[in-house]
Design a binder for this molecule. Sequence first.
Ligand code: THU
Length: 137
Amino acid sequence: MIPWNELERKALEARDRAYAPYSHYHVGAAVLSESGRVYTGVNVENASYGATVCAERVAIFSMIAAEGPQARLRALVVATRSDPPAAPCGLCLQVISEFGDSSLPIVSISTTGSRWEETLENLMPHRFSPEHLDTSE
Ligand code: THU
C-alpha cells in the first residue's frame, strides 16, 4: 500500500519551501523509498540559471544520501501550480530511471486539486537505463 495522502500532503508542504526567485514557479516533490521512508525536495534555483536543481532530483538525492546507493524508489509525487498538473522534466525522468522500475507510479498534483497518475514507463518509454551498460565488448 502506497500512502498517497501522506506523499501528496508532503509534496504540497515542501512546495512552500521552494527557492524560486527567478521563475517564481514553485515545485515540491515527495518520494517513497522501498524501505518505506519518505523524502521531500524543492526546486533550488540559482542566479546562474543552469545550476538550478529540480524538486524531484533533490528528493531522490536526499533518499540516496540517507539510505545509500542501494536505495530504490517505490513512488514519487510532484506538486506544482500547473493545471493540468506538470510531468517531471526529462532530466528528472532520467534520474528517476536510475532508481525506479518501469512500473514506478508517478503522481502529479496541482494546487488547484487536479491530479494524474502514470507509470515511469508511460512517461519515458525507451529510456536509457543502467541495464544498457551491462554488455561486455
Ligand atoms: N522544475 C522542477 O522543479 N521540476 C520539474 O520537473 C520541472 C521544472 C523547476 C525548475 C525551475 O526552478 C522551475 O521549475 C522552472 O522551470
